[in-house]
Design a protein around this ligand. Sequence first.
Ligand SMILES: Cc1cc2nc3c(=O)[nH]c(=O)nc-3n(C[C@H](O)[C@H](O)[C@H](O)COP(=O)(O)OP(=O)(O)OC[C@H]3O[C@@H](n4cnc5c(N)ncnc54)[C@H](O)[C@@H]3O)c2cc1C
Length: 307
Amino acid sequence: MTLDCDVVVVGAGAAGTSGAIALARSVRSVVVVDGGEPRNGVSDHAHNVLGREGVRPLDLLAEGRREAEGYGVRFVDDRVVVARREHDRFELVLLGGTTVRARRVLLASGLVDELPDVPGVREFWGSSVLHCPYCHGWEVRGQRIGVLGSGPNSLHQTLLFRQLSPDVTLFQHTLDDVPEETRRQLAALGVRVVHGEVRRVSGTDGNLTLDLGETAETVQALVVAPRFRARGDLFAQLGGELTPHPLGEFVQTGTGGVTDVPGVFAAGNVTDLGAMVAAASGSGVLAGAAINGDLVAEDARAAVLAR
Ligand SMILES: Cc1cc2nc3c(=O)[nH]c(=O)nc-3n(C[C@H](O)[C@H](O)[C@H](O)COP(=O)(O)OP(=O)(O)OC[C@H]3O[C@@H](n4cnc5c(N)ncnc54)[C@H](O)[C@@H]3O)c2cc1C
């Protein structure tokens, strides 16, 4: 089966669905292909979402999908495996065999959180194993919080979570030496620093045991620093290159999500590793508007030539 449209959107998270609505409201035909793995799908609640504080992430996306469908957006639950340019069209081939042909591509494929390789971390990810003080911080305020020294952001995270609780311990784990100035700050703020690698996380939600070999520690929440890897394989297939970032890698964009691959735009976490739901949604709307503007300009040039 082949589907033809003005714009194909890869990903029906906050970014892709918002972009699709902006495009459809500009009377553009839009196909959204979605693999069904939104990043915060593991969480029960999404916070800092204006007007929908604490909404269940999957409910929010389902409502967004219904709104988009109301404007004629077509959703396909499948995975794009091949993306290529064929003359003046893009062709995206889906795992199920369908081909989508479009004039423009909006990549809203999100990112993968590469978690520290410690048994048990994945099991509690999104509930008692956290990364973002703005997503889950209020919920663990005042609690016994551990920070796993697992990435370049760990020291910053320690200070951010110290704002939320007086009882914060930094487990140095794989973190190299803590700079003297930071060590002094942590001591002044009453943050304990525990040496040694955490070998396993076990327990129940809200009551985690960290196995350090000779000793064990308990915390109510554990903060980790994942590596943020943009889902950029399709961008690479289209001739783009991922840009390295201290916390991972991402698709570089300009205003309106424009990339350096003509006709390809990006929005949400694939291009902004720090974007939360509202920012991802906003960038999707801006990219939708930019794509429509691009198509309007192309249509106007074509109209003159056709006279
Ligand atoms: C544990 C956790 C909790 C969070 N809590 C909050 C919170 O409380 N508040 C908040 O504002 N933010 C929160 N976030 C951040 C939030 O998840 C992101 O801001 C948001 O998901 C970004 O939206 P997006 O559309 O860019 O990507 P996503 O929501 O990840 O959506 C991307 C979609 O693209 C699809 N996709 C990828 N590749 C393909 C392909 N090749 N073919 C088809 N489909 C594809 C995926 O399956 C996925 O459905 C949290 C993040 C995590 C990890």
